[in-house]
Design a protein around this ligand. Structure first.
Ligand SMILES: [Zn+2]
Length: 79
């Protein structure tokens, strides 16, 4: 790499690999890092996944019936 002067094309240090590259060969990533072109990558699509509302209600609910107690003494006719 020659360090020749090019007007408007200064050097930058890649935030990922640390190499010195021309400004025209760098790109800003989604996370704000200025990287060389081989180190540039788009934001992963899984970062945009949002949760879905989970409907946990019971369909067609009914109230609990009254308890039925067996009176004492229990005879064969109660069963
Ligand atoms: Zn790099």
């Amino acid at each position: 790499m020659t360090d020749l002067y090019r007007p408007g094309d200064h050097y930058k240090i890649c935030d990922v690999c640390g190499f010195k590259v021309r400004a025209s060969e760098t790109k800003k990533r989604w996370d704000g890092m200025i990287v060389c072109l081989p180190d540039w990558e788009p934001r992963h699509p899984q970062d945009f996944v949002r949760g879905k509302v989970d409907k946990q209600t019971v369909t067609d609910p009914r109230p609990e019936p009254e308890d039925v107690f067996v009176t004492t003494p229990v005879t064969a006719d109660d069963l």
